[in-house]
Design a binder for this molecule. Structure first.
Ligand code: HEC
Ligand code: HEC
Ligand code: HEC
Ligand code: HEC
Length: 326
């Protein structure tokens, strides 16, 4: 066994030595030395791209040795030279297989989920709208669910901890927002509140805290605020029926009876709820929060660059910066 390993190792060293001396030689002589490749052959061999496909979650397409050219366009026939894939062009690239309009190419095993569709009423999450799939997904593989780039829960029920949603709450995206989910009462941290009762906190905390994905689609949705039409619960598809109003919203889901929330005039809903921590805000406090919110939305509009529509249609929040949901 030892001698076998030793033998393999010295073979490796010899191969590397030959490779590097050739490379040095070609640099020393100023000539361009590029590997030639056979596109039919596997790119994942002991010597080349050997580490690919070893992580917990893989995009099967990207770690099958001979399918690399499905995404990597060769610039010089037969040569190991590829076009760059800038982040903002991944939308188009991934649409090759993940869009409703595109036919799945022959030879593909498995059906790619068709998450990209053209519908002008669709409200899109900013990085998705910009076609930057690799802001969230690693194109090849990762150790996170759905080969995402950072931690994101796989399950329906999750006990809330900001770290479990690192994909959302990291400094480049919604940094600091994690706090808004950890306090039971607020008049500033979220619009999802009934009076000062933080409904995000109510839904995402405790043993049966729900993942963001239960209510929000990470890509796009027909309802405002990226709220899904329906969500998967076990094998069942349950509807949400979310309606946004000027000062709150309404949900009629299978989870509970029709419920309403209003930020300034809290609604009493006829449902059984677990005890509510903290104190209701006074009438005066709620009035102050209404004024503050109004002031904030005015400043937001005033800061919009001229030429852009400053009059969002009723119920269409697309104008709230580029964040769509922020
Ligand atoms: C589904 C599309 C897709 C497939 C298939 C794919 N790649 Fe990539 N690859 C990308 C994208 C996109 C990038 C650009 C980096 C980024 O944005 O994450 C990339 C970048 C790379 C890089 C540059 C280093 C890096 O990781 O950023 C290498 C090397 C690479 N790919 C090798 C391969 C090999 C080898 C295969 C086949 C085994 C393969 N890729 C298959 C999409 C793909
Ligand atoms: C050449 C076709 C092709 C391209 C291009 C492609 N995919 Fe896929 N993708 C697939 C197939 C096929 C599956 C389903 C595999 C299965 O069900 O076994 C899939 C599945 C997925 C999944 C779900 C994985 C899971 O674990 O359920 C994600 C996420 C994904 N792709 C993201 C991307 C991203 C991001 C890009 C662009 C960088 C991309 N894909 C480009 C073919 C493709
Ligand atoms: C803001 C982050 C983000 C961006 C940007 C993003 N995704 Fe995703 N994607 C997710 C998350 C989170 C999931 C996990 C699904 C869930 O929990 O709902 C997912 C799931 C998926 C799936 C699997 C769906 C399924 O039914 O299994 C595919 C395919 C996919 N994304 C493709 C893409 C493509 C293609 C793009 C670019 C056009 C893209 N994603 C952009 C966050 C993102
Ligand atoms: C029970 C459903 C539900 C869950 C679970 C949920 N949200 Fe929300 N979220 C909403 C609703 C409804 C709104 C719209 C509030 C409004 O504008 O009236 C919203 C609004 C938002 C906003 C806009 C800013 C704000 O707070 O008003 C962000 C960002 C957001 N949610 C992120 C998340 C993240 C991240 C998670 C997971 C940790 C999550 N949400 C979990 C229902 C939910």
């Amino acid at each position: 066994m030892m001698s076998m390993q030793f033998c393999l190792r010295s073979f490796g060293i010899i191969v590397a030595a030959v490779f590097f001396s050739e490379l040095f030689f070609s640099f020393a002589h100023g000539e361009e030395k590029i590997l030639s490749i056979d596109t039919g052959a596997s790119c994942i061999t002991v010597d080349c791209h050997a580490k690919m496909g070893k992580k917990k979650y893989v995009h099967p397409q990207s770690v099958k040795g001979d399918l690399c050219t499905g995404c990597h366009e060769i610039t010089k026939e037969g040569m190991h030279l590829f076009k760059d894939i800038p982040s903002e062009s991944t939308g188009q690239l991934c649409a090759k297989c993940h869009s409703e309009e595109f036919k799945t190419p022959p030879g593909l095993k498995g059906e790619p989920p068709k998450i990209i569709r053209e519908d002008k009423d669709l409200q899109k999450h900013a990085p998705f709208a910009e076609g930057k799939c690799t802001v969230c997904h690693d194109a090849h593989e990762s150790n996170f669910y759905k080969h995402l780039k950072k931690e994101y829960p796989e399950n329906f029920y999750v006990y809330f901890a900001a770290g479990a949603y690192d994909l959302c709450f990291n400094a480049d995206c919604h940094g600091g927002l994690g706090e808004a989910f950890a306090i039971p009462r607020t008049t500033t941290n979220t619009k999802f509140r009934n009076g000062n009762l933080n409904l995000h906190f109510r839904h995402v905390n405790k043993v049966k805290g729900r993942s963001c994905s239960v209510c929000h689609d990470p890509h796009a949705s027909l309802a405002p605020k990226l709220i899904r039409q329906s969500f998967q619960f076990g094998k069942r598809d349950l509807t949400i029926n979310y309606e946004k109003t000027e000062t709150g919203g309404t949900c009629s889901t299978t989870c509970h009876k029709v419920t309403h929330y209003d930020r300034y005039d809290p609604v009493s809903n006829p449902i059984n709820v677990s005890p509510v921590p903290g104190k209701d805000a006074s009438f005066e406090e709620l009035q102050r929060s209404r004024e503050r919110d109004l002031e904030e939305s005015k400043t937001k509009k005033a800061n919009e660059p001229p030429g852009e529509s400053t009059a969002p249609e009723e119920g269409n929040d697309n104008q709230e910066g580029t964040g769509l949901i922020q």
